[in-house]
Design a protein around this ligand. Structure first.
Ligand SMILES: [Zn+2]
Length: 65
């Protein structure tokens, strides 16, 4: 089959932590703010580097990649 629709997050390249959080850019909606508070997503703000897609799930790392 294909990996294109594999939605399991990649491991952090900095610390190899397995749980990464999707990084969302743009003006956040109310739902996005709630999701960020719950830890489901991370908000990247506006005009950051759009090549970044993930935030490491390890609080002590926080690496964006
Ligand atoms: Zn990490």
């Amino acid at each position: 089959m294909t990996d294109l629709f594999d939605d399991s997050p990649p491991p952090c390249p900095a610390c190899n932590h397995a749980q990464s959080t999707p990084l969302i850019f743009g003006v956040p909606s109310h739902e996005m703010l709630v999701a960020e508070r719950l830890g489901d997503i991370a908000l990247g703000g506006i005009a950051d580097d759009p090549a970044l897609e993930w935030v490491c799930g390890s609080r002590s790392c926080g690496h964006r990649f």
